[in-house]
Write a protein that binds this ligand. Structure first.
Ligand code: ATP
Ligand code: MG
Length: 423
């Protein structure tokens, strides 16, 4: 049976309506300008990838792969596909597939929707947006520090307050292995205090237990063996240099030894930018080094580092700060009545657009009075008024909406007249 119920968007997937979209457009422009200032170039990957890519890149025993992925079988050929839950894996896949990387380190960025089957709440959605920034083929601490400095610059540029930097190092494979053995032994001793997630992860991915968001686990996690004690000299030197650069540039940070990030692929430097003003969903940007990923995705080993920002959370923070929504306005609203006048009106509107003005041509008829009301509401600085009288003479009336004399000018002089008023 047919139902008349209005269809709704999928839960956790948001419409961004025109008023709010103005803020998004502004944000995207600021971000693009900022990225180009550091020589990053845009790359665009498909929204759908083979499921195997994410399993391999993100790790089987992670929140994302275990329970958050939108995976499905292609009904036509049975392929196992997934809506991308993040961009790093796709980016690395694309770079390898098209042979961009070797002998040519790459600074790349992308932005767009990501999909995770999470419980929707403020700051946590099933379709959300990230700006991802990846530097591939760079091994040194200089690029780690540069990426963090980049973030600090963006926050300044956006006028964002109260985002604090948390920093940690995960070391390299050998020290992580030593740490893993100690962690397992420690948590085995306290088996009775592990929650279900932690029990499941105990042997598969004990490091992730440290990332637990369960308050009941906090004490146990706090007393766990520290990875810091296992770090080798090279990883420590790398970390020291990142910190030294940040200090030279007056970027404040806090070392957080329990910051381990949700994904398997990180090593050495990891960081998060966190605010206390968005409730539980306080991380607005997160990233770090992932030297093992390129090889894991099937390439020759290459070092890399990157980060991703959560656009919804950043915009929520800006709005929290009372940031006014920028509003796109038109310059000119064209009011007209009568057949001849209407023909002139559409010609004049096109001419003004040729001259780079933003023009709303009244559509749908109505009295001059009702059209002028619409002109007023549009926020246009100028109304161009055309009646039969004007049309006969190939002229138009120009009315400044903020007050001032209405003048009558030839079509030829219209743009100049409008520009004078707008200035
Ligand atoms: P969280 O701990 O909040 O689940 P995460 O570690 O899963 O975050 P990342 O995979 O590092 O998140 O993604 C980078 C950023 O993307 C996050 O810091 C956050 O700002 C944003 N983000 C992640 N998941 C969501 C979501 N479901 N809805 C909105 N934003 C998100
Ligand atoms: Mg998550």
């Amino acid at each position: 049976m047919m139902s008349n119920e209005t269809l709704q968007a999928v839960r956790g997937m948001n419409d961004i309506l025109p008023d709010e979209a103005e803020l998004w457009l502004w944000f995207e422009e600021e971000v693009r300008d900022w990225l180009h200032g550091y020589g990053y170039r845009n790359i665009r990957m498909p929204l759908v990838e083979p499921t195997a890519l994410f399993k391999r890149a993100i790790g089987e025993v992670t929140d994302i792969v275990e329970k958050e992925m939108y995976s499905f079988e292609d009904a036509l050929n049975g392929d196992h596909l997934t809506l991308r839950p993040e961009g790093t894996a796709s980016c690395v896949r694309a770079v390898l597939q098209h042979n961009l990387l070797y002998n040519a380190p790459q600074r790349l960025y992308y932005s767009g929707p990501m999909f995770r089957h999470e419980r929707p709440q403020k700051g946590r959605y099933r379709q959300f947006h990230q700006v991802g920034v990846e530097a591939l083929g760079f091994a040194g601490p200089d690029i780690d520090a540069e990426q963090i400095l980049m973030c600090a610059r963006l926050w300044r540029k956006l006028g964002l307050r109260d985002v604090a930097l948390q920093l940690n190092t995960l070391g390299d494979a050998a020290s992580r292995h030593r740490h893993r053995v100690k962690l397992i032994a420690y948590f085995e001793q306290h088996r009775d205090r592990l929650d279900a997630d932690a029990t499941r992860r105990l042997y598969a991915n004990p490091l992730r237990i440290l990332d637990s968001k369960n308050p009941a686990m906090r004490e146990l996690v706090a007393a766990a063996p520290s990875l810091t004690d296992e770090l080798d000299e090279e990883a420590l030197r790398h970390f020291d240099e990142v910190q030294a650069t940040l200090k030279r540039h007056d970027v404040a940070f806090e070392i957080n030894p329990s910051l381990v990030r949700g994904l398997d692929y990180y090593n050495r430097t990891v960081f998060e930018w966190v605010t206390t003003r968005l409730g539980a969903q306080g991380t607005v940007c997160a990233g770090g080094r992932y030297d093992g990923l390129v090889e894991q995705v099937g390439g020759k080993p290459a070092p890399a580092t990157g980060f991703a920002m959560g656009v919804e959370r950043l915009l929520a923070l800006l709005q929290e700060d009372g940031m006014a929504l920028p509003k796109a306005k038109v310059d000119v609203y064209v009011v007209h009545q009568g057949e001849r006048a209407s023909r002139l009106a559409s010609r004049v509107a096109e001419q003004l657009r040729d001259d780079r003005l933003r023009v709303l041509l009244h559509c749908g008829g109505g009295s001059f009075k009702s059209q002028m009301k619409k002109a007023d509401a549009s926020g246009a600085a100028v109304a161009v008024v055309i009646g039969d009288d004007e049309a006969q003479a190939d002229e138009v009336s120009v009315k400044p909406m903020q007050g001032g004399e209405q003048v009558r000018v030839s079509v030829r002089n219209l743009t100049a007249t409008v520009n004078q008023i707008i200035k």
